[in-house]
Design a protein around this ligand. Structure first.
Ligand SMILES: Cc1cc2nc3c(=O)[nH]c(=O)nc-3n(C[C@H](O)[C@H](O)[C@H](O)COP(=O)(O)O)c2cc1C
Length: 215
């Protein structure tokens, strides 16, 4: 099977990113970009991001998760701590996040270290989820092989009756990670493949070195 995609070509011309117009603080630029792309009608889940981890098998693995909060400390998402990514992070907290917003011709790549958020934060977020999502988190031994879909449906049914009329508490194997960045790169597509790339590197706590990279 073969298909040649060499004539897939798009010219990028929507925006520009100039060093002199960017904040000294990358979190501010992240916030500005996020607020902007969140208003694009074409962008459905602006908070969808790819997280790459180094697995226990030594291979990198990327998958999409949803950014649920950003602060001046880092980027927070929720998952099963016993999932493949959870185990990978436990062994090696170095991760890479990336956002790609085609409608804005923008990409952000963030290297950082992931750590569990305080339990109270995970509790609060879990509490805010719809009942079905709460039960779903309990039902799924995320990343474990299962025989068929029936296994999940049956477990869900049994939990529904078990928890009927009762509060559903966050299981301890489920919660948030915060990724605290050491490097952020902002990429803006430009004509003739001469894209704008601005990279921030953490030099000392609170002190970011900002530079333009060749596309
Ligand atoms: C749009 C989208 C959003 C997702 N959001 C999450 C999420 O917030 N948390 C999560 O654990 N998995 C999320 N997933 C599923 C993950 O991509 C992945 O399948 C799952 O976390 C298991 O990954 P792992 O086995 O590598 O740990 C999402 C998938 C997609 C496509």
């Amino acid at each position: 099977m073969e298909r040649d995609l060499s004539n897939y070509r798009k010219s990028y011309k929507k925006n520009e990113l100039l060093l002199e117009n960017t904040s000294e603080n990358p979190f501010e630029l992240f916030r500005d970009w996020f607020v902007e792309v969140d208003q694009y009608k074409e962008i459905d889940e602006a908070n969808a991001m790819t997280i790459s981890t180094i697995g226990l098998d030594g291979f990198p693995k990327s998958r999409v998760v949803l950014l649920k909060k950003y602060t001046s400390e880092g980027f927070i998402f929720y998952t099963n701590y016993n999932s493949e990514k959870g185990k990978a992070i436990r062994a090696n907290p170095n991760v890479c996040l990336s956002f790609f917003w085609p409608a804005a011709e923008r990409q952000i790549i963030i290297k950082g270290q992931a750590e569990k958020v305080p339990e109270s934060l995970s509790d609060d977020y879990f509490e805010s989820r719809p009942r079905g999502s709460k039960l779903g988190a309990i039902v799924s031994n995320q990343s474990q092989p299962i025989k068929d879909r029936d296994v999940l449906e049956k477990k869900l049914k049994s939990l529904e009756s078990q928890f009927e009329g009762r509060e559903i508490e966050r299981p301890e194997f489920w919660g948030g990670f915060i990724v605290k960045p050491i490097e952020l790169e902002f990429w803006q597509g430009r004509p003739n493949r001469l894209h704008d790339r601005i990279r921030y590197k953490l030099e000392t706590p609170q002190n970011w070195k900002k530079e333009r990279l060749s596309p």
